[in-house]
Design a binder for this molecule. Structure first.
Ligand code: PMP
Length: 378
């Protein structure tokens, strides 16, 4: 076996959701899978693409119409990537993998946030990079002094930014973006910025380091349509970066998957041209649920930050001397509610749990009542 692979475990999120299936009648708040149907226009476009035999390989980078629409869409966030800077991938997941593999040599240092989406650390480990975690503050924004210290100490080749955040729901603020710019503009490191939840930001303005023209040259922007159009099983995402870098990343993509599924590409294209209103409707619904879950958690006595994006909330577990894993297992066994232990997202996630609010209001209400009962009884 490959020892790097042996050194990683399957994702704690999956591990936990597997446990849930063993508890009959359990209410699961574990998955990042929106509970909305894929918009009808997208389904229809995919059916049409099959009927018109658009089932062959596409170019490695993906169909040009979709790349063009992605370039246009990102402009609405003040992010400038041209059509040539876009490669369609098999979900954001493949985009992340290709970026890491295309850029890092074994032993190269990559900085990743702690806590964060577990794939960053896992992929880094698989390819033999030296993954160093950087700290977040109480708002789950970057601890700038810690980051500066780690850049100085480890001379990293790249760093990962991950806002809007899974698992915390934090988003990039203007202040953080500007502070990062000050630090990063004179450094050489590459910035892999995973903005897959950009379409689920509840704030009026959206901030990304890619908005700086002189940083964007070193940015690798990862995103996808799984969350945006509620089509996680279709496996369609994208990676954007300036051409020289993209050429290298594309080699990994080519030998790994050749191209993203053609049918899903036509679906995503229709989504960008016809379904942005559906995305707004989903976001409004998520916002209502966010407000509800936040206020219930506060009422029950949790310390918790108000999420500003994505569809997760990351409260502190209001019990001492119990690991987040043991707490979540006990909650599952006694009250049949499943939340993901914070430790699945890194050492600093210990003491927290992640609740996904990709579930109906009815399920959320029930689940929160059970969580309240659990805390009253235990
Ligand atoms: N990045 C983050 C932060 C995620 O939460 C996810 C999925 N949960 C992904 C990337 C990958 O998503 P996909 O491969 O479905 O596009």
């Amino acid at each position: 076996m490959n020892t790097n692979v042996e050194n990683i475990e399957i994702s704690g999120i999956r591990k936990f959701s597997n446990k849930v299936s063993q508890v009959e009648g359990a209410l699961s708040l574990t998955l990042g899978q929106p509970d909305f149907k894929t918009p009808g226009f997208i389904k229809k476009a995919m059916i049409d693409s099959i009927e018109n035999d658009k089932t062959t390989y596409t170019s490695n980078a993906g169909i040009v119409e979709l790349r063009q629409e992605i370039s246009n869409y990102l402009k609405t966030f003040n992010i400038n990537f041209s059509t040539e800077d876009v490669c369609i991938t098999v979900g954001g997941s493949e985009g992340l993998y290709a970026a890491f593999q295309g850029m890092l040599n074994p032993g190269d240092v990559i900085l990743v946030p702690d806590p964060s989406y577990p794939a960053y650390k896992a992929i880094g480990t698989i390819i033999g990079a030296n993954v160093i975690e950087y700290k977040l503050n109480k708002e789950f924004l970057i601890d700038i002094e810690d980051l500066k210290g780690k850049i100085k100490k480890f001379n990293p080749k790249a760093m990962v930014l991950s806002y809007p955040s899974n698992p915390t729901g934090a988003v990039m603020t203007k202040e953080l973006r500007d502070n990062l710019y000050k630090i990063l503009k004179d450094e050489k490191l590459y910035i892999i910025t995973d903005e897959i939840y950009a379409s689920v930001c509840y704030e009026d303005n959206y901030y990304s380091v890619c908005q700086y023209e002189d940083l964007v040259e070193r940015c690798i922007y990862i995103s996808g349509f799984s969350k945006m159009f509620s089509l996680t099983g279709l496996r369609i995402g994208y990676i954007c970066c300036k051409n020289k870098l993209l050429n290298e990343i594309m080699k990994v993509h080519q030998y790994n998957v050749s191209c993203a599924p053609s049918v899903a590409q036509y679906g995503a294209l229709k989504g960008l041209t016809h379904c942005l209103n559906d995305v707004e409707i989903m976001k409004e619904e998520f916002k209502k649920r966010r407000d509800f879950v936040y206020s219930r958690l506060k009422e029950i006595g949790f310390q918790v930050n108000m999420p500003k994006g994505a569809f997760y909330i990351f409260p502190k577990i209001p019990k001492e001397n119990i690991s987040s894993n043991d707490f979540c297992v006990d909650l599952l066994n006694k009250e049949k509610v499943a939340c993901v232990p914070g430790s699945a997202f890194g050492t600093s996630g210990e003491g927290f749990m992640r609740i996904s609010y990709c579930y109906s209001m009815e399920e959320l209400k029930k689940a929160l009542n059970h969580i309240e009962d659990y805390l009253r009884k235990n």
